[in-house]
Design a protein around this ligand. Structure first.
Ligand SMILES: [Ca+2]
Ligand SMILES: [Ca+2]
Length: 706
C-alpha cells in the first residue's frame, strides 16, 4: 500500500519530467496544459494570456471553474501561472471542490489531467502589510525616548502602522501560551526580535517565594519569585505599561508568558499574574526547584540591540532598530507586519489540486490548510507564520520538496486514516527541510505532527528546533530516512515523542540519523506513559541523552540500531504500575482500556491486525512486557538503563554489541558515519545478523524550494 502511494506520485512527477525530455519526433507523452496568467500588474479585464494576464486570483479561479463546469478540461489539464511579484492578500486564498477535478481522470493514453497553480519567478503570497522603509522616521517623542535605553536612542526608528490600514493592536493576556498573540515584524526573510531581555539565552530566578495558583485550584493566587538584583534589572521595568516574562516556571518542557503584577525593589521580589498558570511556579521534583529560566518579552525598555522591535498597542506605533541598510533597501525596501489570522492558503474539499513554486507566509495565522484528498504541495517555501506551517487532513496528500520554517507553532501536521477501520491516510512529507518551527508555542507541538493511521515522513531534514522534532499518535506511521538534528534546544523533552496509548501499534521509526540535540537531557525516541507497539529499527543515534525510552509500554521492538556516545541507548521503566488509572475513567487520557474499547480492539480488523493486543487485559497490562532490544551496536554510554533493576529480566536483549573500543570523537559527521558503516565487517563478526543501514539514502536530496 505505502509503496503504491509513493509510486503514484512518482508517476505524476515522471509525467512532468517527461515533457522536458521528449524530442519533437517522438509521440508526446505529455500534452501542454491550458495556461492562464496572473500578475500584480495585470487586469481582470484581460483575457489571461501570458502578455495579457489577470490581476486577481479570483478571476483566474472563475476561469478554471468555467472550464471545469463545461467539462472542457483539456488532456494536459489547466495551469494558472502567477507572475513574479508580491501578492499581499487581504483575505485567504481559498480553493474549494469547485476549483479542482472531481475524479482522478486519465486520458485514453493513461496521462493525468489536473489543475495546477504555479509560479514564474519569485512569487510571494503574504498575509501581512508591507511597510516601506521610507515611511520610518526618527523617534522624537520625549516620553518614548526616555523609556528607550540610552544606547538605542540614536538607532530606533518609528512608523505609525495605522497609516497602513492596520488597527486593533493587541497585547498579551495575563497568561499567554500558543500561537503569536499579535502581528510580528519580518525583514530580509526572517522574523525580527520582539524586544527582550536578556538578548540571548535566559535569566534565572533566585528562589520561588510562593508557587501561586495552577490549573484546577479553587482559589486564584499569584506566584512570587525572588531575583538577584546583580543579574536582573527589574528596577527599569515599567510595570504600569506592562511587563511580560516568558519562563519555564515549573517544568523544563512547559513555558508560559505571564504578566508581571508588581515588583518590590526593596525586597527583590516579583509578583506574577499567574493564578491561571497551568503548573504554577517552581519545580516540584527537580533539585533546582527555585531556579527557573525566564526572560522579558515585549518591552520597550529592553529594546537595546539591532534587530529588536516593539509595538505600542495603545498608539499603533512600531519602534524598530533596523540593521544598517543597503542602498537599494533604503529606496525600495520594506518590513512586513503580519496581520491575517486565518490560514493564508486553504484547500477545502479539493482533489488533485497541485500548488507549486510559491513563497507563502509573513502571516499571523497558519500558512497552508489542506482538507481533501490527493493534493500536492511541491517546491514551496512556507515560512514566517505566527501559527502553523502546513496542516493536512485527508488522504494521500503529498508535501514534497518544500521548505517549512520560522513558524509560530508546528511546522507540518498530517492527519488521515481511520482508527476504527485502520484504513490508511497515506499522506506524505517527502524531501522537505523543516527548521526553526515552534517560535511561539513549544509544548504540545512539534516540527512535524502525525495523527491517524499510516502517514509518512520520509527523507527530510529537521533541524534547529527549540522543542520536539516529531510528535506522533495513532497507528502504522512511517518515519524513515530523515536527518534530525539540533532539536530540543530549549526544552527537556524528546526528539521523537508519542504517549499514553496501548493500541498505537506498528509505528515504524526506521533508518533515521538522530543526532546532536539539546543538552538539557532530552530523549531520542520517547515511547512515554505506556505507549506500545512501535518498532525502532536501523537508526543511528549520536549524542542523545536517553536514545530510546520505553515508559512502561509493551511490544516495542528496538533493533539493528547504532548508538554512539548516548548516556543510555535504552531506558525502561514500569510507568503503568505507577499510574494504574488505566481502567478507572477520568479525563486525563489515562484510561488506556477505554481507548482500546473505543476502537473495538477485540474485533476485526483490530484483532486480526494486532492479535497480541487483543489479549492484553489477560496479560498483566500494567507491566512492560514483550519489549525487545536486539542486534544493536552501542558505542560508549550506559547501554541499557533500568529505573528498577528488577525490570531487567522482562526485556528481551539479545545479540547486542556494547563497546568502548571506539569512543566517539568531538565532531561526528557523515564521513564518520560512513567510516562506521565501513566497519560493518567488525560489527558483523559480533552480530552476524546485523543489517546494513542505508545512510546514503538519509536526508533530503536537493535544495528545493529556495
Ligand atoms: Ca533587548
Ligand atoms: Ca505506539
Amino acid at each position: 500500500m505505502e509503496y503504491g502511494v509513493v509510486m503514484r506520485w512518482f508517476c505524476v512527477i515522471l509525467v512532468f519530467a517527461c515533457m522536458v525530455c521528449i524530442g519533437a519526433d517522438e509521440k508526446p507523452l505529455y500534452r501542454e496544459p491550458l495556461k492562464y496568467y496572473v500578475s500584480p500588474f495585470g487586469s481582470d479585464e484581460n483575457p489571461g494570456g501570458k502578455e495579457m494576464p489577470f490581476a486577481s486570483f479570483h478571476r483566474a479561479q472563475l476561469q478554471v471553474r468555467t472550464i471545469l463546469n463545461a467539462g472542457a478540461l483539456p488532456p494536459g489539464g489547466v495551469t494558472i501561472v502567477l507572475k513574479e511579484g508580491t501578492y499581499a492578500l487581504k483575505s485567504p486564498l481559498v480553493f474549494t471542490e469547485r476549483d479542482s477535478i472531481r475524479d482522478f481522470s486519465r486520458t485514453s493514453d493513461g496521462l493525468v489531467t489536473t489543475v495546477k497553480w504555479t509560479s514564474e519567478g519569485d512569487v510571494k503570497l503574504i498575509g501581512g502589510e508591507e511597510i516601506p522603509l521610507t515611511a520610518f522616521s526618527a523617534v522624537e517623542d520625549k516620553e518614548i525616548l526616555n523609556r528607550l535605553p540610552e544606547v538605542a536612542r540614536p538607532f530606533v526608528q518609528q512608523v505609525d502602522l495605522k497609516a497602513f490600514g492596520l488597527k486593533d493592536f493587541e497585547t498579551m493576556d495575563d497568561v499567554t501560551h500558543g500561537a503569536a498573540p499579535f502581528g510580528e515584524v519580518f525583514f530580509r526573510g526572517r522574523p525580527m526580535t520582539l524586544a527582550r531581555w536578556p538578548n540571548n539565552g535566559w535569566a534565572t530566578t533566585a528562589a520561588i517565594v510562593d508557587r501561586g495558583g495552577k490549573t484546577g485550584d479553587t482559589v486564584a493566587k499569584n506566584g512570587i519569585f525572588e531575583y538577584d538584583p546583580q543579574n536582573v534589572p527589574a528596577e527599569r521595568w515599567n510595570v504600569e505599561k506592562g511587563i511580560w516574562l516568558q519562563g519555564f516556571w515549573s517544568l523544563d518542557w512547559y513555558d508560559e508568558i505571564i504578566r508581571v503584577k508588581a515588583v518590590d525593589i526593596e525586597k527583590k521580589k516579583v509578583e506574577l499574574c499567574s493564578a491561571q498558570s497551568r503548573y504554577g511556579l517552581g519545580a516540584v521534583q527537580q533539585a533546582d526547584a527555585g531556579r527557573r529560566r525566564f526572560r522579558v518579552l515585549n518591552c520597550l525598555e529592553e529594546l537595546d540591540s539591532e534587530g529588536e522591535w516593539f509595538v505600542d498597542a495603545a498608539t499603533g506605533i512600531l519602534y524598530c532598530w533596523l540593521p544598517p541598510l543597503q542602498k537599494d533597501e533604503l529606496e525600495t525596501g520594506s518590513v512586513i507586519y503580519s496581520r491575517m489570522r486565518e490560514p493564508l492558503v486553504q484547500l477545502n474539499g479539493c482533489k488533485y489540486l497541485h500548488i507549486s513554486g510559491m513563497n507563502i507566509g509573513y502571516t499571523l495565522g497558519g500558512g497552508v490548510l489542506v482538507r481533501g484528498d490527493d493534493n500536492i504541495l511541491s517546491n514551496c517555501c512556507v515560512e514566517n507564520t505566527g501559527d502553523f506551517g502546513i496542516d493536512v487532513e485527508g488522504k494521500t496528500n503529498c508535501v514534497m520538496n518544500c521548505v517549512v520554517g520560522k513558524t509560530g507553532t508546528y511546522g507540518i501536521s498530517l492527519n488521515g486514516g481511520d482508527l476504527k477501520t485502520l484504513e490508511h491516510g497515506g499522506n506524505q512529507i517527502v524531501n522537505c527541510l523543516i527548521e526553526e518551527t515552534n517560535r511561539w508555542q513549544m509544548v504540545d507541538s512539534a516540527a512535524v505532527m502525525l495523527k491517524g493511521v499510516h502517514n509518512v515522513l520520509k527523507q527530510c531534514e529537521l533541524r534547529d528546533l527549540p522543542h520536539t522534532a516529531v510528535m506522533y499518535s495513532g497507528n502504522e506511521h512511517e518515519i524513515s530516512l530523515n536527518d534530525i538534528h539540533h532539536a530540543c534546544l530549549e526544552t527537556d523533552f524528546a526528539v521523537l515523542y508519542t504517549t499514553r496509548d496501548w493500541g498505537s501499534w506498528r509505528n515504524i521509526v526506521r533508518c533515521n540519523y538522530i543526532h546532536h540535540h539539546g543538552r538539557l537531557g532530552s530523549m531520542g525516541v520517547c515511547l512515554d506513559e505506556c505507549d506500545s507497539g512501535d518498532t525502532i529499527d536501523g537508526n543511528i543515534f549520536v549524542r542523545v541523552s536517553n536514545a530510546v525510552h520505553i515508559g512502561g509500554g509493551r511490544h516495542n521492538i528496538v533493533k539493528n540500531n547504532i548508538f554512539i556516545d548516548c548516556l543510555a541507548a535504552l531506558s525502561m521503566n514500569a510507568q503503568g504500575r505507577e499510574n494504574v488509572k488505566w481502567n478507572t475513567g477520568g479525563a486525563d487520557e489515562w484510561d488506556l482500556e477505554a481507548k482500546l474499547k473505543a476502537v473495538n480492539y477485540r474485533q476485526p480488523p483490530w484483532s486480526e491486525r494486532y492479535p497480541q493486543l487483543a489479549k492484553i487485559m489477560d496479560d498483566q497490562p500494567e507491566w512492560p512486557l514483550h519489549n525487545e532490544f536486539c542486534r544493536n551496536v552501542v558505542v560508549g554510554g550506559e547501554g541499557i538503563w533500568m529505573k528498577d533493576e528488577s525490570l531487567r529480566p522482562l526485556l528481551k536483549a539479545e545479540d547486542n554489541w556494547f563497546t568502548n573500543e571506539d569512543p566517539a570523537p568531538d565532531n561526528i559527521d557523515w564521513s564518520r558515519i560512513e567510516l562506521l558503516s565501513r566497519t560493518l565487517p567488525t560489527i558483523l563478526v559480533r552480530i552476524s545478523s546485523f543489517e546494513v543501514i542505508p545512510f546514503w539514502q538519509i536526508g533530503r536530496k536537493t535544495d528545493f524550494g529556495k
